[in-house]
Design a protein around this ligand. Sequence first.
Ligand SMILES: Nc1ncnc2c1ncn2[C@@H]1O[C@H](COP(=O)(O)OP(=O)(O)OP(=O)(O)O)[C@@H](O)[C@H]1O
Length: 630
Amino acid sequence: MSAAKMDVAQPTEHMIGPSSINPVRLDSKDHFLHQNTTSIDDDTTGDIAANNLANQLASQFARYELTQPPPYYSTDNYTMQADVIDRSGNHDVEKVIEVAPNGRYARLNTLLGKGAYKIVYKGIDREEGYEVAWNIFSQPATTDYGELSHEIEILKSVRHPNIIAFHDAWSTNNEFVFITELMTSGTLRDYIRKLSLPNIKVVKRWSRQILKGLVYLHGHEPPIIHRDIKCDNIFINGAHGEVKIGDLGTAQENSPLISSAKRYTVIGTPEFMAPEMYEEKGYSEKVDIYAFGMCLLEMVTGEYPYGECKNAAQIYKKVIQNIKPECLSKVQDEEVLALINSCLSPENERMSAQEILEHSFLAVEPEVVLVATDSTKKHLHLLVVFKGMEKLSVKFEFNADTDTADEVVSEMIEEQVLPQRYQQLITGEINRILRDMTKDSGNHQNDTAKLVWRREFDYQSELEQTRLETLKAEERALEAQKRCEELELQASIAEEKFADTVRKMTAIEVEEQIESPQDTTRSTHAALMEHVLSKYEDDEDIQGLVLDAAAATNRGRDKATEWVHKLHDQDILTVGDLRGLYDEDWAGLGLTVFALRALKNTLKGKRPSMRSNSISDIDGTGSVEDVPSV
Ligand SMILES: Nc1ncnc2c1ncn2[C@@H]1O[C@H](COP(=O)(O)OP(=O)(O)OP(=O)(O)O)[C@@H](O)[C@H]1O
């Protein structure tokens, strides 16, 4: 291994974000930053070089060793949950403490956490109404913020669901502040510590999200290298299981304008730093893959890599000698172990973030979806979907009559459209869709049968309803018939009585005529009957009677008026006048036979119903005269 003689110095180039403000971070589990300024000395043996560098680093660590942090920096004193505490350590209700120079952001007194050089408070974006993270760095007096503006603009342009959004930044006399997206559940490291070890499914889900963030950064134009990927810099929104890469303060544009397109600044956290980061040869975005491998190791073992080392120099020594962290031996899952080893392999052998995403350990099992079908349900358009990896998706046509899932999938594998390892799964999926379709059409038949059954049922109930109603109607008709028979009986009894009375009166009349044969006037009983049965008084105007007669024979008021006029012409003004007419007088009234009959019948007291076309003659003869309809 080549060794490097290195002078640890303040950086001469600008880091993106505030790391250039605090370029050296030197607690053993934390960052260090260093500018590689000298050339590689190939004559020096790896061990000697490593020891030299380790000694140099150790002296730097001693030189920069942190002083005792203030109480609010103490891990014991702070909790991740909204711990409302001010800078003097006073607990308080949540309230606004200060407002950004542009007035948009307000800092609350809720402490979210602290890092080696950064304190993070909850803030509010007053324009959008979101909660944000208000990050405060102590500011060295010498920092030139003008030169940072470009980097800040780049950070602002980074927008990805798996990268914490950077909103704004500004400086005050002694602080550098930047506003980022707020994450609700702390860092991945806290999470792993708080919960017992995450299961492999969760590890896969987290890993996929981290890698998607890296794919984005590395695919950025120009590519961005994070340089400090570790579980402390990966944040969680617990409610949605969202994982985002944070702390882009160390990120660096890998600008093509810089000759070898490689970086030389040593920055990061020793445990997560790839060997090439220590070397003068430069490094690429693959350093983030190395760091991701260490994260994966921490996720599956719950242990910080190189926990066995006492300081960064020891770590460095192991790294350059290619000695892996001890906790690697605790990884049980063969696939995970292979993936971690591949991430920790030499730079040129390391996969890209996209390739790891497609690695069998992380690749999402594909699903087959039915996109469309024709009306016969025989010609299907199917899509093999690899969620999150749309470019791998395959769309194809399937003829249910002529194709089989086995043949189609084998063909796609031969054509290298699909990886062999999914053969069984995709074949099964296609067969599942075919089965579902058959089931579906079966269900449709059942639905039709149900519909017919329902309709029959409806008809049956309708018929039943009608039958019941008919029965009730029949009952009512029977009752009505019974009532009619009763009434008929009563009527015939009444008729009988009436006939008896008439007979008796006729007998009396005959006796009277025998006694006074000269009396030619109408029979007593006839006159008596007229009076008894008629409701019209003799002195009553004929108007009412004529109207009744007309109404009883369905004639209108006009007809009645005409009849009245004709009667008045003959000086018949009252009912009495009409009643006093002899039969021969009636004929000379100038009225039609119809009108005469109607008037006579009404006068005799029979008032036919309005709907009846007949008027009974109840003059004792029992005859009924039909009144012709007009
Ligand atoms: N965006 C955020 N949302 C919520 N909490 C955050 C956010 N950023 C940081 N924190 C909290 O603040 C703590 C300190 O942040 P961070 O670790 O990034 O600081 P640092 O000084 O960069 O730390 P390090 O020592 O890891 O470099 C985190 O552990 C976390 O609890």
